[in-house]
Write a protein that binds this ligand. Sequence first.
Ligand code: ADP
Ligand code: ZN
Length: 608
Amino acid sequence: MYQTLKKYFGYDSFRPQQEEIIQTILAKKDALVLMPTGGGKSLCYQIPALIMPGTAVVISPLISLMKDQVESLRESGIYAASLNSNNTDRESADIRRDCLFGKVKILYISPERLLSEIPFLLKSMNISLFAVDEAHCISQWGHDFRPEYTQLKVLHQYFPEVPVIALTATADKVTREDILHQLGLVHPKVFQSSFDRPNLSLTVKKGLKKKEKTMAILEFLSRYENECGIIYCMSRKATEEVAEMLQEHDIPAAVYHAGLSAEERNFTQEEFLKDRIQVVCATVAFGMGINKPNVRYVIHYNLPKSIECFYQEIGRAGRDGLPADTLLFYSYADIAQLTRFAEESGQQSMNKERLQRMQEYAEASVCRRRILLNYFGEQSLHDCGNCDVCRNPPQRFDGTILVQKALSAVMRTGQHAGFHLIVDILRGNQTQEITQRGYDQLKTYGVGRDVPARHWHDYLLQMLQMGFLEIDYKENLHLKVTETGAQVLYGKLTATLAQIREERLPVTARKSKSSTVSRRTGQSMPSRHAPFLDDESEGLFEALRALRKRLADEQGFPPYIIMSDSTLHLLCSMKPTSIESFGMVSGIGDFKKQKYGKEFVTLIRTFI
Ligand code: ADP
Ligand code: ZN
């Protein structure tokens, strides 16, 4: 096992559970592997595939995923192939023949193709194992349901002797039961890893206006020159606006949403994988196919509709285990919009509950990671130190009077005013609406003049979250005082609010490529594991990255197929000057040593 790991993948040790999972497969037993994105699921079936005689058959839902895996394995000197609807007849025939002769070690196949190929090909092949990748596609309750996945019971019906390993990053119980049941796994061993992704930092920014969001995004991106990320937006229009804004600031950005043609979407995805587009502004349509390991950040331009969606989306950052940052914007407008969606959906109460939990996360005054893990049924005993709450815990104060002012304003409008109008009344703003409705005559008009409008926005969000106020969706989103709210208003309850943190972010102009200032050392948001690079090493790092990109471009695949960012960082610090020492670096197996050693070593020598 260790020899195979070193020879083909260049790694020295297994990650938690990998070894046990591999042993289970080698013993020809079924297994279900639940491991977060980036946990290292692929090796769990690839190593047994290399050790066992015959061909491993991997069922995978997307052609792009298969292509990626096949390219990556071939770059490790392993004969892998994929059978899918993109193959020409000739290719299919060649692959089939090589499978029959046992030359192909790992065969990727789509579920539809598998079903149609079973009677012919597979019966005459020597199959070592079946791996069902993205196994959550089996569940109707999940987000990526694929009807063909529900027929995979045939695997054990036709091949009772061959072990089946199912793998997914989706944790929830229903999905798990569905997988076990529908695949008909026999006494499966279930391996459940922690779903924590400690390398992802978590930050939430509340109530920012469009312009402020733009500034915050530019500031954030200024730390990521040349590095890729995703910005998720609620609407197509928003993706277009954000992408345009980035392009105006010379940041290569593109949009991705369901309104584009399949070709357009494929093109964008490919360019992103190949590090040619830096930022993709996407709706949720940009999903499962994104197994790019070096996505360095995920920004949510709007609040997602549930913690499941949120976790899935931020999970696309930092698959390589290196530090990655996530930033979530959260505003009243998002809540209003999402609640409307939930109201109009078929499963009103469930969707509202989900949104409520998402909102709790956004309003958190305790470690955000603990909230996430808790949501997935994992108790964490420690604060993470890598979320904004841990880094800068909110101060609390007795906010009873502020709450009373706001609730009183709501009451005096006869509960017929919305969020922004209430802020105008509290601030004593003279808008047309205020004078027309005579709200300037109210006793509460202007009682909150001393508090800036943006703070009122924040406090009102807190009051919504604490259940002092609610939004009436049937009545033009007017605010209503709840029973608990009434108790505060009449002095029977006190209310604690979180102090608002003022962070005025200076917009740093985008640094030119020749800039010698390291964006890493200039970071304002601490990334716990950020590899420290001085200016000189940064020069080497950029040179290595450029070499990797050139070599990848020449062969028409993404740079991460050649080696991961972590391997680049290792090369940068170890500076191997012989092919032999190049081959010792973690992530460089025999094949890569032979194929790329000379070029990398030559480059590194020029930096010594
Ligand atoms: P998943 O499928 O669980 O999202 P992958 O299988 O793509 O994760 O693995 C994520 C990254 O971790 C890959 O770059 C992989 O090469 C790396 N990796 C996996 N196992 C190990 C290991 N034992 N040592 C070092 N790196 C590993
Ligand atoms: Zn924390």
